[in-house]
Design a protein around this ligand. Structure first.
Ligand SMILES: [Zn+2]
Length: 308
């Protein structure tokens, strides 16, 4: 196959990367690794880097934006990305600079460390992205839009050192599912315009302020725009719900906070006072959160285990 040359080809190649496992699990490893690597280009770092030198930083990203288990499989995307687009996107090399095949099952963590495995974008992709700041920003926005809720975009960009506030590039818009513009309004109405955790219901004039419709199963992970997949939350609770700081039990709709939180006295008194309490439910049981979506959140987003 000819190498990737134009900006449009780069965006298309990354849009076609195999992301989600068939199980319906959340795919964060590959997009986070690519975003992490774009940040390296942003800082002018070399094309190839030793797995052992970068795994710590990447593990940290997975701990923050993945599920509780994500950091344990941090080596997976280094391997599997090598198979996308017939090897034109990503490469592995031995310590001696010999290209490594990424066919077959992923080896263990120690293999990557002991063999001194190096990883990086393929030369044509690296060159194209390195030379074009707008293209880097466009690719970062594309990956964020495809894989993460909007609440997390600026956090991920900051953590990876990316500048996503660049003018948009021309070219084909991504096709894909469209968000239902009425979702927010339907969910807020179902919850009578208040946060289902803390009851926050500020209005400025006649308009709700700081109140949002949270998807339980992320839209980017095929969560539908229906009331039973939504909960009204204030901006704070929405943000930390998407980060997995708490989840909602399917059986009794009670709020469970994660054990993986560090908080001072003021935050503890404020936040944990809702631990174990039921959500402020919707006005009709027809809008109650669906167990299937809550199970997804508990498995894919929540930073298990929960507090007693
Ligand atoms: Zn709230």
């Amino acid at each position: 196959m000819p190498p990737i040359v134009t900006a449009e080809e780069v965006l298309k190649a990354f849009a076609n990367i195999r992301m989600a496992p068939a199980s319906g699990g959340r795919a964060v490893h590959k997009p986070l690794l690519i975003l992490f690597w774009l940040g390296r280009l942003e800082r002018g770092e070399p094309r190839m880097a030793a797995f052992a030198d970068v795994e710590g930083q990447f593990k940290q990203l997975l701990a923050e934006f993945g599920s509780a288990n994500s950091p344990n499989t941090r080596h997976y995307p280094f391997w599997y990305l090598g198979n996308d687009d017939e090897g034109r996107i990503w490469q592995l090399e031995s310590a001696g600079g010999i290209a490594l095949s990424t066919q077959g099952a992923v080896p263990g963590l120690t293999w990557f460390r002991e063999r001194g495995v190096l990883a990086g974008f393929a030369p044509a992709v690296d060159g194209r992205l390195r030379a074009d700041k707008l293209l880097r920003a466009a690719l970062a926005r594309q990956l964020l839009a495809q894989n993460f809720p909007e609440t997390l975009h600026s956090d991920i960009a900051t953590q990876t050192g990316l500048d996503i506030d660049q003018p948009a590039m021309g070219g084909a818009a991504l096709s894909g599912r469209r968000r239902d513009p009425a979702f927010r309004e339907r969910v807020l109405r179902a919850y009578e315009y208040r946060c289902c955790v803390c009851g926050f219901d500020l209005r400025i004039g006649n308009v709700s302020a700081g109140l949002e419709a949270a998807h339980i199963q992320w839209f980017t992970a095929d969560g539908p725009d229906v009331e039973t997949n939504g909960m009204a939350m204030c901006a704070l609770h929405h943000k930390i719900f998407d980060l997995g700081a708490f989840t909602v039990e399917p059986v009794n709709l009670s709020i469970v906070f994660s054990q993986n939180l560090q908080l001072g006295d003021a935050t503890r008194a404020h936040l944990l006072s809702y631990h174990g309490a039921g959500i402020i439910g919707p006005q009709s049981t027809a809008y109650a959160p669906d167990q299937h979506f809550l199970d997804w959140h508990a498995k894919e987003v929540f930073k298990a285990p929960g507090r007693d």
